[in-house]
Design a protein around this ligand. Structure first.
Ligand SMILES: [Zn+2]
Length: 118
């Protein structure tokens, strides 16, 4: 059991780093507004359209990254507290296949759905 948790912890830590790096890259891109990358220099119009599109995607990615990092932190805290894998909503165990798909899940699927519904 313990080594399973340790595996999960390193998985979460690696995931956290990846998300943070992605968010960082996006933030860097934002600082280079107006500069065309040399590879895209001969397609101004198309680039402009895709730039606008990219920015919208980036914004939601940036928001998502923050939310995901918070959830990962929460999951890591729960590993330390020994409550990882237990639903925050109903207190029942979160199914293993859900944790395999979403290692930072702190709610089971029905509770998550309730939360999203408000
Ligand atoms: Zn639940």
């Amino acid at each position: 059991m313990k080594s399973e948790l340790e595996d999960r912890r390193s998985q979460l830590v690696a995931m956290r780093e990846r998300v943070l790096r992605a968010a960082h890259d996006i933030a860097e891109d934002d600082n280079e507004d107006g500069e065309l990358s040399s590879a895209a220099g001969d397609q101004h119009l198309a680039d402009h359209a895709s730039e606008i599109f990219d920015r919208e995607v980036d914004d939601s990615l940036e928001e998502n990254a923050g939310a995901i990092v918070r959830e990962i932190d929460l999951a890591l805290e729960r590993i330390d507290a020994g409550t990882y894998g237990t639903c925050l909503g109903c207190g029942r165990p979160i199914p293993e296949e859900r944790l395999a798909a979403v290692p930072y899940a702190v709610l089971c699927v029905p509770c998550k759905r309730d939360e999203e519904r408000g």
